[in-house]
Design a protein around this ligand. Structure first.
Ligand SMILES: Cc1ncc(COP(=O)(O)O)c(C=O)c1O
Length: 473
């Protein structure tokens, strides 16, 4: 740690040194067990006599802050270390806009026996061995200088082939920008395409982290209803410069945007000179249905930014997503990305390129898809037979979650308290409504729930909902 002694300041050098070491221990910057430098070394570093340092160390020892160990130097004791400072300094405050942002997930590392949160995947299916080997090879290649802000050409080529093959997206490596997840791609696109204060339309209900992001960026966010055909195009505000949609699997309702609605949305964007962000976050996992043609493929004017992620395909914490962007905004997106964090991590990119090129990703999607299909079926059956509360499930045709609509109002706070008692975690439907009162319901993710726990999870859910109903009576 750095210590600053100034002969021009009030107090002797010994007093200054004592005060700084004591403060470091009291605030936890020096933790219990940390070793102070030998007095000779510290005296040399600070340009003071060894006697001065020894005097300070013996005072701290006498007061119990440190203890001298024979041959082991001077060590911070546990007794007094880490006491909070009396007055936490509070000179800095976030702006109102930043202070209004709520964390989407307060405790992402929390676990529960029955984890029905959306946005999760089955990590036991992750091709760990292939990933380890690919990562080892990537690291053996050594360290890199700053890389291409759009991503390595090799990964961009692999992603372009993969997304063209699996989703029919019209992409070449030159149009791909590798990002830190879908959310980062959306952030870049919004910043490049809108000024603060302009209108951005989102689906209502919709994906909360994107609504928060837009508000943080100063957008005038407008909610547009969703019906059985997807976003209601006729309800778009004429001022919308940008429209954020999840057409292949509307979040959270699961509705697939009909072909006619897709055409209508593109027509609207053309007529109103607006941009569209197409978030295709989980449609690699499809159930009993033909693939849905991406908006990006139907786009003739270059108005669609197609966004995809490996969060569902592989693992969320890998933080890899990408955008396929029209050539007219590609340079601006890449320049902005470089201003923010220069480039994606190169070792991860090399390893991921290998995983895709060797067919591991395709094989994993097929294998995991079979598991998720079975799990989803079991969940739908268990809800049909095991839930006593009047309810409706919208099964959806892709992805890893289903919304559960209930007659009863569900207050998030009360629910999470009751759910915890039943070893249960569920997703909030309430939080996906940003512009009006939400209906009662939940969002149930089945990615992380082991298939053999589905029945137990529905029983726990039933018990939790029954308890909530009783409390409300
Ligand atoms: C609508 C939507 N978009 C994107 C994502 C994934 O985002 P990311 O790639 O940033 O993890 C999710 C994850 O649950 C989602 O529900």
């Amino acid at each position: 740690m750095e210590l600053y002694l100034d002969p021009g300041r009030r107090g002797t050098l010994a007093a200054q040194l004592y005060a700084q070491l004591r403060e470091a221990i009291a605030t936890g910057r020096l933790a219990a067990g940390d070793r102070l430098p030998p007095s000779r070394t510290l005296a040399g570093d600070l340009g003071v006599s060894r006697f001065t340092v020894a005097e300070v160390y013996s005072r701290l020892t006498a007061e119990g802050y440190v203890t001298g160990r024979a041959g082991g130097g001077t060590v911070v004791t546990s007794m007094l270390a880490g006491e909070p400072a009396e007055h936490a300094p509070a000179a800095l405050q976030p702006t109102d806009r930043a202070a209004a942002v709520e964390r989407f997930d307060r405790n992402p590392t929390q676990t529960a026996r029955f984890d029905l949160r959306p946005g999760t995947v089955d990590l036991t299916l992750f091709p760990a061995e292939a990933w380890r080997r690919a990562m080892n090879r990537a690291l053996r290649a050594g360290a890199d200088h700053y890389g291409d802000p759009a991503g390595t050409p090799e990964l961009r080529r692999s992603l372009a082939h993969w997304i063209a093959r699996s989703r029919g997206v019209a992409a070449t490596a030159d149009h791909v920008v590798v990002t830190s997840g879908a959310q980062h791609a959306i952030d870049l696109a919004v910043r490049v395409l809108t000024e603060p204060g302009e209108t951005v339309a989102v689906e209502e209900p919709g994906y909360p982290p994107v609504v928060s992001l837009l508000r943080t960026l100063g957008a005038d966010v407008a909610g547009v209803p969703v019906d059985d055909d997807g976003l209601v195009v006729d309800a778009l505000p004429a001022t919308a410069r940008l429209i954020y949609v999840t057409p292949s699997h509307q979040y959270p309702t699961g509705v697939v945007m009909s072909p006619a609605r897709r055409v209508a949305l593109l027509r609207w964007a053309n007529a109103n000179r607006a941009a569209i962000i197409e978030d295709d976050y989980d449609s690699q996992f499809r159930y009993d249905t033909r693939p849905f043609e991406p908006l990006q493929r139907l786009d003739r004017e270059g108005r669609v930014i197609y966004v995809a992620t490996l969060s569902k395909v592989l693992a969320p914490a890998m933080r890899v997503g990408f955008a396929v962007v029209p050539p007219s905004i590609h340079a601006a997106i890449v320049a902005l990305r470089q201003c923010i964090d220069w480039c994606p991590p190169t070792a991860t990119q090399r390893a991921l390129t290998e995983l895709i090129d060797d067919g591991h990703v395709d094989r994993h999607v097929r294998r995991a898809g079979r598991v998720y299909r079975d799990r989803r079926r079991q969940l739908l059956d268990a809800l049909a037979t095991g839930l006593s509360a009047p309810h409706r499930v919208i099964p959806g045709l892709t992805g890893l979650h289903v919304p559960l609509l209930l007659d009863q109002r569900v207050d998030d706070r009360a629910l999470s308290r009751v759910a915890a008692r039943h070893e249960l975690m569920v997703g909030s439907l309430q939080r996906t409504y940003h512009f009006g009162p939400p209906p009662g319901g939940l969002v149930l993710g089945f990615g992380a729930l082991p298939t053999d726990r589905v029945a137990g999870a529905v029983a726990a859910l039933d018990a939790a909902l029954t308890e909530l109903r009783r409390r409300d009576m």
